[in-house]
Design a protein around this ligand. Structure first.
Ligand code: GAR
Length: 206
């Protein structure tokens, strides 16, 4: 099994989807070993506690730059022998050096069909506001590998979701989560972990 860390910043519903899938035996290659939050008040930490997953806070506000922050995060992940990283509503930027150190081993979930409504400044509800403003009839979610370009890495899985008449950013966000994000993220984590295991690299040697 690949030791997997989930990085979070907020409510953690995507983390919950991973916890539930793991408990249901749907992620046989990915062991949820560590949850790391960029904020001490993230409810995701409570979810980790309830699931008895070790959790830590590496608070973004305590670091002057994305580089220093990423170095601290990298040190923690290395200490824990983490082989796969899942960004699940993690809203801090990680440095190019971090992305390079875990190249091909970092997944992110984004709440749109990339390349629409993505990149710098597109996160959380803002993504759905932009989709509604543009009047698209289909949106969705994407799981992609992370590189130094925000939302720019290779796409692993995508799922489309219909926009309904009268949707608000909140109703659309909820539908995208239920129909796409919470389904895709466990599938993607399992797929990435299985591929890493098949390649014979269970632990990141960095
Ligand atoms: C999710 O909708 C996720 O796709 C989004 O933040 C939300 C976190 O919710 N991520 C981004 O916008 C990244 N650009 P959660 O904390 O309940 O999982």
């Amino acid at each position: 099994m690949i030791k997997t860390a989930v990085l979070v910043s907020g409510g953690g519903t995507n983390l919950q989807a991973l916890i539930d899938a793991s408990a249901a035996g749907e992620m046989p290659h990915a062991a949820l070993s560590l949850v790391v939050s960029s904020r001490a008040d993230a409810f995701a930490l409570e979810r980790a506690k309830r699931a008895s997953i070790p959790a830590a806070v590496v608070a973004r506000k305590e670091y002057a730059s994305a580089e220093e922050y990423s170095d601290a995060m990298l040190a923690l992940l290395r200490e824990n022998g983490i082989g796969l990283i899942v960004l699940a509503g993690f809203l801090s930027i990680l440095s190019p050096a971090f992305c390079k150190a875990y190249e091909g081993r970092i997944l992110n979930i984004h709440p749109s069909l990339i390349p629409s409504f993505c990149g710098r400044g597109f996160y959380g509800l803002r993504v759905h506001e932009a989709a509604l403003e543009r009047g698209v009839k289909l949106t969705g979610a994407t799981v992609h590998f992370v590189n130094e370009i925000p939302d720019g890495g290779e796409i692993l899985l995508q799922k489309a979701v219909a926009v309904h008449e009268g949707d608000t950013p909140e109703t659309l966000q909820r539908r995208v989560m239920e129909e796409a994000e919470w389904v895709l993220l466990p599938q993607a984590a399992e797929l990435a972990a299985r591929r890493l295991e098949e390649a014979g690299t269970t632990e990141r040697k960095v």
